[in-house]
Design a protein around this ligand. Structure first.
Ligand code: ADP
Ligand code: MG
Length: 395
Protein backbone atom coordinates (compact mmCIF):
# COMPACT_ATOMS: atom_id res chain seq x y z
CA UNK A 1 0.00 0.00 0.00
CA UNK A 2 1.48 3.36 -1.02
CA UNK A 3 1.41 6.10 1.57
CA UNK A 4 -1.58 8.33 2.02
CA UNK A 5 -0.45 11.74 3.31
CA UNK A 6 -2.01 12.54 6.68
CA UNK A 7 -3.27 15.88 7.92
CA UNK A 8 -0.21 16.05 10.19
CA UNK A 9 2.07 15.71 7.19
CA UNK A 10 0.09 18.27 5.20
CA UNK A 11 0.19 20.83 8.01
CA UNK A 12 3.90 20.32 8.67
CA UNK A 13 4.95 20.55 4.99
CA UNK A 14 3.86 24.09 4.19
CA UNK A 15 1.41 26.51 5.80
CA UNK A 16 -2.24 26.32 4.73
CA UNK A 17 -2.95 29.84 6.00
CA UNK A 18 -5.04 31.69 3.44
CA UNK A 19 -5.18 28.63 1.18
CA UNK A 20 -8.44 27.28 -0.15
CA UNK A 21 -8.73 23.80 1.40
CA UNK A 22 -11.50 21.68 -0.12
CA UNK A 23 -12.70 19.05 2.36
CA UNK A 24 -14.76 16.17 0.99
CA UNK A 25 -16.75 15.13 4.06
CA UNK A 26 -19.55 12.65 4.63
CA UNK A 27 -22.38 14.82 5.95
CA UNK A 28 -25.06 12.48 4.65
CA UNK A 29 -27.26 12.77 7.76
CA UNK A 30 -31.02 12.36 8.09
CA UNK A 31 -32.89 15.66 7.72
CA UNK A 32 -36.59 16.33 8.10
CA UNK A 33 -38.42 19.64 7.60
CA UNK A 34 -35.11 21.48 7.58
CA UNK A 35 -33.82 19.95 10.80
CA UNK A 36 -30.93 17.50 11.19
CA UNK A 37 -31.73 14.26 13.05
CA UNK A 38 -28.79 12.10 14.14
CA UNK A 39 -25.69 14.30 13.73
CA UNK A 40 -23.04 11.62 14.39
CA UNK A 41 -21.51 12.02 10.93
CA UNK A 42 -21.18 15.79 11.32
CA UNK A 43 -19.47 15.37 14.69
CA UNK A 44 -17.12 12.75 13.25
CA UNK A 45 -15.54 15.23 10.84
CA UNK A 46 -15.24 18.16 13.31
CA UNK A 47 -11.62 17.42 14.32
CA UNK A 48 -10.43 17.75 10.71
CA UNK A 49 -12.40 20.96 10.13
CA UNK A 50 -11.25 22.50 13.43
CA UNK A 51 -7.58 21.76 12.73
CA UNK A 52 -7.76 23.29 9.27
CA UNK A 53 -9.66 26.36 10.43
CA UNK A 54 -7.24 26.90 13.34
CA UNK A 55 -4.35 26.67 10.90
CA UNK A 56 -5.88 29.61 9.05
CA UNK A 57 -7.14 27.71 6.01
CA UNK A 58 -10.17 28.87 4.07
CA UNK A 59 -12.16 25.69 4.60
CA UNK A 60 -14.58 24.66 1.86
CA UNK A 61 -16.65 21.64 2.86
CA UNK A 62 -18.49 19.50 0.32
CA UNK A 63 -20.71 16.45 0.73
CA UNK A 64 -23.60 14.52 -0.75
CA UNK A 65 -26.90 13.99 1.04
CA UNK A 66 -29.42 11.31 0.05
CA UNK A 67 -30.16 10.38 -3.54
CA UNK A 68 -31.38 13.50 -5.35
CA UNK A 69 -30.88 11.84 -8.76
CA UNK A 70 -28.68 14.52 -10.28
CA UNK A 71 -31.13 17.41 -9.86
CA UNK A 72 -31.51 20.19 -7.30
CA UNK A 73 -34.17 19.00 -4.82
CA UNK A 74 -34.82 21.09 -1.67
CA UNK A 75 -35.59 17.91 0.27
CA UNK A 76 -31.90 17.00 0.00
CA UNK A 77 -30.44 20.44 0.65
CA UNK A 78 -27.42 20.71 2.94
CA UNK A 79 -28.72 24.05 4.32
CA UNK A 80 -29.91 22.44 7.60
CA UNK A 81 -26.51 20.77 7.90
CA UNK A 82 -24.75 24.17 7.60
CA UNK A 83 -26.79 25.39 10.54
CA UNK A 84 -26.00 22.34 12.67
CA UNK A 85 -22.34 22.43 11.65
CA UNK A 86 -22.12 26.06 12.69
CA UNK A 87 -23.61 25.23 16.12
CA UNK A 88 -21.18 22.35 16.62
CA UNK A 89 -18.12 24.32 15.48
CA UNK A 90 -19.20 27.37 17.45
CA UNK A 91 -18.48 29.64 14.50
CA UNK A 92 -20.32 30.90 11.43
CA UNK A 93 -20.58 28.58 8.43
CA UNK A 94 -21.33 30.21 5.09
CA UNK A 95 -23.83 28.13 3.13
CA UNK A 96 -23.19 28.22 -0.63
CA UNK A 97 -26.27 27.34 -2.71
CA UNK A 98 -24.32 25.49 -5.44
CA UNK A 99 -21.14 23.42 -5.33
CA UNK A 100 -19.68 24.76 -8.62
CA UNK A 101 -19.92 27.85 -10.80
CA UNK A 102 -20.05 31.56 -10.12
CA UNK A 103 -21.88 31.32 -6.76
CA UNK A 104 -19.33 28.86 -5.41
CA UNK A 105 -16.35 30.78 -6.78
CA UNK A 106 -17.42 34.14 -5.36
CA UNK A 107 -18.30 32.65 -1.96
CA UNK A 108 -14.90 31.02 -1.81
CA UNK A 109 -13.16 34.26 -2.85
CA UNK A 110 -14.86 36.11 0.02
CA UNK A 111 -14.13 33.45 2.63
CA UNK A 112 -11.57 34.77 5.17
CA UNK A 113 -8.63 32.80 6.56
CA UNK A 114 -9.95 30.45 9.23
CA UNK A 115 -13.47 30.68 7.79
CA UNK A 116 -15.69 27.72 6.90
CA UNK A 117 -18.13 27.40 3.99
CA UNK A 118 -20.39 24.46 3.14
CA UNK A 119 -21.26 23.86 -0.49
CA UNK A 120 -24.69 22.60 -1.57
CA UNK A 121 -25.21 18.87 -2.25
CA UNK A 122 -22.68 17.53 -4.78
CA UNK A 123 -25.27 15.11 -6.12
CA UNK A 124 -27.49 17.94 -7.34
CA UNK A 125 -25.23 17.49 -10.39
CA UNK A 126 -25.46 14.12 -12.16
CA UNK A 127 -21.80 14.60 -13.18
CA UNK A 128 -20.68 13.96 -9.58
CA UNK A 129 -21.55 10.26 -9.56
CA UNK A 130 -20.50 9.89 -13.21
CA UNK A 131 -17.05 11.18 -12.25
CA UNK A 132 -17.31 13.61 -15.16
CA UNK A 133 -13.91 15.20 -15.91
CA UNK A 134 -15.30 18.68 -16.65
CA UNK A 135 -17.22 18.69 -13.38
CA UNK A 136 -14.10 17.45 -11.57
CA UNK A 137 -12.18 20.41 -13.05
CA UNK A 138 -14.86 22.83 -11.87
CA UNK A 139 -14.59 21.46 -8.33
CA UNK A 140 -10.80 21.48 -8.47
CA UNK A 141 -10.92 25.14 -9.54
CA UNK A 142 -12.14 25.95 -6.02
CA UNK A 143 -9.15 24.38 -4.28
CA UNK A 144 -5.44 24.81 -3.56
CA UNK A 145 -5.47 21.80 -1.24
CA UNK A 146 -7.74 18.72 -1.21
CA UNK A 147 -8.56 16.78 1.96
CA UNK A 148 -10.70 13.65 1.93
CA UNK A 149 -12.45 12.86 5.22
CA UNK A 150 -15.37 10.92 3.72
CA UNK A 151 -14.59 7.29 4.39
CA UNK A 152 -18.21 6.27 3.71
CA UNK A 153 -17.87 7.18 0.02
CA UNK A 154 -14.22 6.20 -0.45
CA UNK A 155 -15.32 3.05 -2.29
CA UNK A 156 -16.96 5.18 -4.99
CA UNK A 157 -15.02 6.78 -7.85
CA UNK A 158 -16.95 10.03 -8.01
CA UNK A 159 -15.79 13.49 -9.13
CA UNK A 160 -15.36 14.72 -5.55
CA UNK A 161 -13.70 11.53 -4.24
CA UNK A 162 -11.51 10.58 -7.19
CA UNK A 163 -11.79 12.74 -10.32
CA UNK A 164 -10.75 16.06 -8.82
CA UNK A 165 -7.99 14.72 -6.58
CA UNK A 166 -5.22 14.54 -9.17
CA UNK A 167 -6.02 18.10 -10.26
CA UNK A 168 -5.21 19.67 -6.90
CA UNK A 169 -1.52 20.24 -6.05
CA UNK A 170 -1.60 19.20 -2.38
CA UNK A 171 -3.74 16.42 -0.93
CA UNK A 172 -4.22 14.63 2.39
CA UNK A 173 -6.50 12.23 4.24
CA UNK A 174 -8.49 13.86 7.03
CA UNK A 175 -8.31 12.52 10.59
CA UNK A 176 -11.49 10.46 10.25
CA UNK A 177 -10.38 8.78 7.03
CA UNK A 178 -6.92 8.20 8.49
CA UNK A 179 -8.36 6.56 11.63
CA UNK A 180 -10.63 4.33 9.55
CA UNK A 181 -7.75 3.10 7.40
CA UNK A 182 -5.51 2.52 10.38
CA UNK A 183 -8.08 0.48 12.29
CA UNK A 184 -9.48 -1.48 9.37
CA UNK A 185 -5.96 -2.45 8.30
CA UNK A 186 -5.91 -4.58 11.46
CA UNK A 187 -8.48 -6.89 9.87
CA UNK A 188 -6.17 -7.39 6.88
CA UNK A 189 -3.15 -8.05 9.11
CA UNK A 190 -4.86 -9.54 12.16
CA UNK A 191 -3.63 -10.82 15.46
CA UNK A 192 -4.92 -14.39 15.15
CA UNK A 193 -7.29 -15.95 15.60
CA UNK A 194 -9.38 -13.64 13.43
CA UNK A 195 -13.05 -14.17 14.19
CA UNK A 196 -15.54 -12.57 11.80
CA UNK A 197 -19.22 -12.38 12.60
CA UNK A 198 -21.41 -11.58 9.63
CA UNK A 199 -25.15 -11.13 9.62
CA UNK A 200 -27.79 -8.80 8.36
CA UNK A 201 -30.44 -8.94 5.75
CA UNK A 202 -28.99 -10.44 2.61
CA UNK A 203 -26.34 -12.78 1.28
CA UNK A 204 -26.54 -10.86 -1.99
CA UNK A 205 -25.39 -7.60 -0.29
CA UNK A 206 -22.36 -9.27 1.22
CA UNK A 207 -21.40 -12.13 -1.05
CA UNK A 208 -17.98 -10.68 -1.93
CA UNK A 209 -17.00 -10.07 1.68
CA UNK A 210 -18.30 -13.51 2.68
CA UNK A 211 -16.10 -15.09 0.04
CA UNK A 212 -13.03 -13.10 1.02
CA UNK A 213 -13.41 -13.67 4.75
CA UNK A 214 -14.27 -17.36 4.36
CA UNK A 215 -10.69 -17.86 3.21
CA UNK A 216 -9.03 -15.41 5.58
CA UNK A 217 -10.89 -15.66 8.90
CA UNK A 218 -10.01 -18.46 11.29
CA UNK A 219 -13.68 -18.52 12.22
CA UNK A 220 -16.55 -17.03 10.23
CA UNK A 221 -19.78 -17.05 12.25
CA UNK A 222 -22.93 -16.38 10.26
CA UNK A 223 -26.24 -15.07 11.58
CA UNK A 224 -29.10 -12.84 10.50
CA UNK A 225 -31.37 -13.60 7.59
CA UNK A 226 -28.40 -14.62 5.46
CA UNK A 227 -27.89 -17.66 7.69
CA UNK A 228 -31.00 -19.30 6.23
CA UNK A 229 -29.65 -19.20 2.70
CA UNK A 230 -26.59 -20.99 4.08
CA UNK A 231 -28.74 -23.52 5.93
CA UNK A 232 -30.63 -24.19 2.71
CA UNK A 233 -27.30 -24.77 0.97
CA UNK A 234 -26.56 -27.39 3.63
CA UNK A 235 -29.96 -29.02 3.04
CA UNK A 236 -31.35 -27.94 6.45
CA UNK A 237 -35.04 -27.04 6.87
CA UNK A 238 -35.68 -23.28 6.73
CA UNK A 239 -39.49 -23.09 7.02
CA UNK A 240 -40.73 -19.70 5.82
CA UNK A 241 -37.45 -17.92 6.63
CA UNK A 242 -36.12 -15.35 4.24
CA UNK A 243 -34.05 -17.54 1.87
CA UNK A 244 -32.54 -16.01 -1.27
CA UNK A 245 -33.11 -18.86 -3.69
CA UNK A 246 -30.89 -17.20 -6.31
CA UNK A 247 -27.96 -17.17 -3.91
CA UNK A 248 -28.02 -20.66 -2.47
CA UNK A 249 -25.26 -21.59 -4.90
CA UNK A 250 -23.21 -18.58 -3.73
CA UNK A 251 -23.59 -19.77 -0.16
CA UNK A 252 -22.44 -23.23 -1.22
CA UNK A 253 -19.38 -21.68 -2.88
CA UNK A 254 -18.52 -19.77 0.32
CA UNK A 255 -18.78 -22.99 2.35
CA UNK A 256 -16.50 -24.76 -0.11
CA UNK A 257 -14.00 -21.89 -0.15
CA UNK A 258 -13.70 -22.06 3.64
CA UNK A 259 -13.33 -25.83 3.61
CA UNK A 260 -10.67 -25.58 0.88
CA UNK A 261 -8.71 -23.03 2.91
CA UNK A 262 -9.03 -25.05 6.11
CA UNK A 263 -11.14 -22.33 7.78
CA UNK A 264 -14.22 -22.83 9.94
CA UNK A 265 -17.66 -21.46 9.10
CA UNK A 266 -20.23 -21.57 11.89
CA UNK A 267 -23.96 -21.63 11.12
CA UNK A 268 -26.74 -21.37 13.70
CA UNK A 269 -27.54 -24.60 15.56
CA UNK A 270 -30.74 -23.20 17.06
CA UNK A 271 -33.11 -20.37 16.21
CA UNK A 272 -35.70 -18.01 17.57
CA UNK A 273 -38.69 -18.68 15.34
CA UNK A 274 -41.97 -16.82 14.89
CA UNK A 275 -45.03 -17.21 12.68
CA UNK A 276 -44.65 -13.72 11.33
CA UNK A 277 -42.28 -10.78 11.47
CA UNK A 278 -43.97 -8.61 14.08
CA UNK A 279 -43.52 -7.65 17.70
CA UNK A 280 -46.86 -9.01 18.93
CA UNK A 281 -46.37 -12.49 17.52
CA UNK A 282 -45.51 -15.46 19.77
CA UNK A 283 -42.00 -16.85 19.33
CA UNK A 284 -40.01 -19.81 20.61
CA UNK A 285 -36.60 -21.44 20.37
CA UNK A 286 -36.21 -24.36 17.97
CA UNK A 287 -33.30 -26.59 16.90
CA UNK A 288 -34.92 -26.87 13.47
CA UNK A 289 -37.15 -24.31 11.84
CA UNK A 290 -40.66 -25.79 11.59
CA UNK A 291 -42.81 -25.45 8.45
CA UNK A 292 -44.77 -22.22 8.45
CA UNK A 293 -42.33 -20.52 10.90
CA UNK A 294 -39.50 -18.17 10.15
CA UNK A 295 -36.15 -17.63 11.79
CA UNK A 296 -35.94 -14.17 13.37
CA UNK A 297 -32.79 -14.50 15.51
CA UNK A 298 -30.02 -16.96 16.34
CA UNK A 299 -30.96 -19.14 19.31
CA UNK A 300 -29.32 -19.07 22.77
CA UNK A 301 -27.05 -22.04 22.11
CA UNK A 302 -25.77 -20.45 18.89
CA UNK A 303 -25.29 -17.12 20.68
CA UNK A 304 -23.22 -18.88 23.36
CA UNK A 305 -21.05 -20.60 20.72
CA UNK A 306 -20.44 -17.35 18.81
CA UNK A 307 -19.70 -15.47 22.04
CA UNK A 308 -17.19 -18.14 23.08
CA UNK A 309 -15.35 -17.78 19.74
CA UNK A 310 -15.29 -14.01 20.15
CA UNK A 311 -13.75 -14.41 23.62
CA UNK A 312 -10.93 -16.53 22.17
CA UNK A 313 -10.23 -14.10 19.32
CA UNK A 314 -7.17 -11.93 18.80
CA UNK A 315 -9.10 -9.80 16.33
CA UNK A 316 -12.87 -9.54 15.80
CA UNK A 317 -14.67 -8.03 12.84
CA UNK A 318 -18.47 -7.78 13.05
CA UNK A 319 -20.93 -6.61 10.43
CA UNK A 320 -24.67 -7.23 10.39
CA UNK A 321 -27.15 -8.01 13.19
CA UNK A 322 -27.86 -11.64 14.16
CA UNK A 323 -31.63 -11.17 14.00
CA UNK A 324 -34.44 -8.67 13.62
CA UNK A 325 -32.94 -6.65 16.48
CA UNK A 326 -35.36 -3.75 15.95
CA UNK A 327 -37.92 -5.96 17.74
CA UNK A 328 -36.97 -6.40 21.41
CA UNK A 329 -37.76 -10.11 21.65
CA UNK A 330 -35.67 -10.87 18.54
CA UNK A 331 -32.63 -8.86 19.67
CA UNK A 332 -31.00 -11.28 22.13
CA UNK A 333 -28.60 -12.88 19.63
CA UNK A 334 -27.36 -9.50 18.44
CA UNK A 335 -27.04 -8.36 22.05
CA UNK A 336 -25.04 -11.45 23.03
CA UNK A 337 -22.56 -10.89 20.20
CA UNK A 338 -22.27 -7.17 21.01
CA UNK A 339 -21.60 -7.91 24.69
CA UNK A 340 -19.04 -10.60 23.90
CA UNK A 341 -17.20 -8.13 21.65
CA UNK A 342 -17.32 -5.42 24.31
CA UNK A 343 -15.97 -7.85 26.94
CA UNK A 344 -13.31 -9.35 24.71
CA UNK A 345 -9.65 -8.36 24.92
CA UNK A 346 -9.41 -8.71 21.14
CA UNK A 347 -8.93 -5.77 18.82
CA UNK A 348 -12.51 -5.25 17.66
CA UNK A 349 -13.94 -3.51 14.63
CA UNK A 350 -17.67 -3.12 14.05
CA UNK A 351 -19.08 -1.81 10.78
CA UNK A 352 -22.52 -1.38 9.22
CA UNK A 353 -25.26 1.12 10.01
CA UNK A 354 -27.54 -1.33 11.77
CA UNK A 355 -24.74 -3.06 13.67
CA UNK A 356 -23.50 0.31 14.94
CA UNK A 357 -27.04 1.21 15.98
CA UNK A 358 -27.25 -2.06 17.93
CA UNK A 359 -23.93 -1.44 19.71
CA UNK A 360 -24.82 2.15 20.54
CA UNK A 361 -28.31 1.25 21.75
CA UNK A 362 -26.65 -1.06 24.29
CA UNK A 363 -24.22 1.70 25.31
CA UNK A 364 -21.23 -0.47 24.36
CA UNK A 365 -19.67 1.84 21.77
CA UNK A 366 -16.73 2.89 23.95
CA UNK A 367 -15.75 -0.75 24.55
CA UNK A 368 -15.25 -1.53 20.89
CA UNK A 369 -11.79 -0.68 19.50
CA UNK A 370 -13.20 0.90 16.36
CA UNK A 371 -16.69 1.70 15.12
CA UNK A 372 -16.46 2.10 11.36
CA UNK A 373 -18.62 4.86 9.93
CA UNK A 374 -18.55 3.46 6.41
CA UNK A 375 -20.71 0.38 5.82
CA UNK A 376 -20.01 -0.46 2.19
CA UNK A 377 -16.55 1.08 2.25
CA UNK A 378 -15.46 -0.94 5.28
CA UNK A 379 -16.72 -4.17 3.68
CA UNK A 380 -14.74 -3.44 0.52
CA UNK A 381 -11.65 -2.53 2.53
CA UNK A 382 -11.62 -5.74 4.60
CA UNK A 383 -11.89 -7.73 1.37
CA UNK A 384 -8.53 -6.24 0.49
CA UNK A 385 -9.96 -4.16 -2.36
CA UNK A 386 -8.46 -0.82 -3.32
CA UNK A 387 -10.84 2.03 -2.53
CA UNK A 388 -10.78 4.59 -5.37
CA UNK A 389 -11.00 7.50 -2.93
CA UNK A 390 -7.95 6.22 -1.07
CA UNK A 391 -5.99 5.26 -4.18
CA UNK A 392 -6.46 8.83 -5.48
CA UNK A 393 -4.64 10.17 -2.40
CA UNK A 394 -1.65 7.85 -2.74
CA UNK A 395 1.26 9.79 -4.14
P1 ADP B 1 -25.72 -3.45 8.59
O1 ADP B 1 -26.47 -2.15 8.39
O2 ADP B 1 -25.15 -3.54 9.97
O3 ADP B 1 -24.72 -3.72 7.51
P2 ADP B 1 -27.76 -4.97 7.25
O4 ADP B 1 -28.34 -3.72 6.70
O5 ADP B 1 -27.10 -5.92 6.32
O6 ADP B 1 -26.80 -4.65 8.49
O7 ADP B 1 -28.91 -5.82 7.94
C1 ADP B 1 -29.72 -5.31 8.97
C2 ADP B 1 -31.12 -5.77 8.81
O8 ADP B 1 -31.21 -7.18 8.74
C3 ADP B 1 -31.97 -5.35 9.99
O9 ADP B 1 -32.98 -4.48 9.55
C4 ADP B 1 -32.53 -6.65 10.51
O10 ADP B 1 -33.88 -6.56 10.92
C5 ADP B 1 -32.42 -7.58 9.31
N1 ADP B 1 -32.43 -8.97 9.72
C6 ADP B 1 -31.55 -9.58 10.54
N2 ADP B 1 -31.92 -10.87 10.76
C7 ADP B 1 -33.07 -11.05 10.08
C8 ADP B 1 -33.96 -12.17 9.93
N3 ADP B 1 -33.73 -13.32 10.54
N4 ADP B 1 -35.05 -12.01 9.13
C9 ADP B 1 -35.29 -10.82 8.52
N5 ADP B 1 -34.49 -9.75 8.63
C10 ADP B 1 -33.40 -9.86 9.41
MG1 MG C 1 -28.16 -1.65 7.08
Amino acid sequence: MAAVPSLDQLLSQAPVRGQRVFVRADLNVPTKNGVVGDDTRIRATLPTLRRLASAGARVIVASHLGRPKGKADPQYSLAPVAKRLSELLGMPVVFVPDCVGAAAESAVEKLPSGGVALLENLRFHAEEEKNDPTFARRLAALADVYVNDAFGTAHRAHASTAGMVGLVPRVAAGDLLQAELQHLRVVLEPIRPLVCVLGGAKVSDKIAVLEALAERADVLAIGGAMAYTFLRAEGEPTGSSRVEEDHVSDARRVLQAAAGAGRRILLPVDHVVAEKLSADTPSRVAKQIPDGWLGVDIGPETAAIYAAEVRKAGTVFWNGPMGVFEIESFAKGTEAVARAIADSKAVSVVGGGDSLAAVNKLGLGSRVTHLSTGGGASLEFVQGLTLPGVAALER
